[in-house]
Design a protein around this ligand. Structure first.
Ligand code: GSH
Length: 100
């Protein structure tokens, strides 16, 4: 059986140095999945809920170049949406990013 140890497990203090922002909607299953993945790695994140906030959604779209939620940034780097976050995690590159 394969055992995967995330960067947070090896270095639990990493989360203090990781700045994660997720623009989300409370009605979006992709947002819930992305937040679950971050939570499963013990990562705290700043959440910007865009529901009923067209200005925030427009701000997100301007920064991301995409209008769908979620949109995620890690330490200022735009990661993309939920599918992108999952792909990054599966490739091992998310842990590399988190390790700095
Ligand atoms: N492939 C995207 C799908 C995200 C998505 O379809 N989000 C919906 C809400 S659940 C959305 O924002 N739709 C409106 C739009 O695409 O502008 C991801 O993984 O993040």
């Amino acid at each position: 059986m394969e055992s995967v140890v995330g960067a947070q497990t090896i270095c639990p203090w990493l989360n203090d140095m990781t700045d994660i922002t997720i623009y989300s909607s409370n009605y979006c299953p992709y947002c819930i999945r992305a937040k679950q993945l971050l939570g499963s790695k013990g990562l705290a994140f700043n959440e910007v809920v865009v529901d009923g906030q067209p200005d925030l959604r427009a701000e997100m779209a301007r920064k991301a170049g995409r209008s769908s939620v979620p949109q995620i940034w890690i330490n200022g780097t735009h990661v993309g949406g939920c599918d992108d976050l999952i792909a990054l995690d599966r490739s091992g590159k998310l842990d590399t990013m988190l390790a700095g």
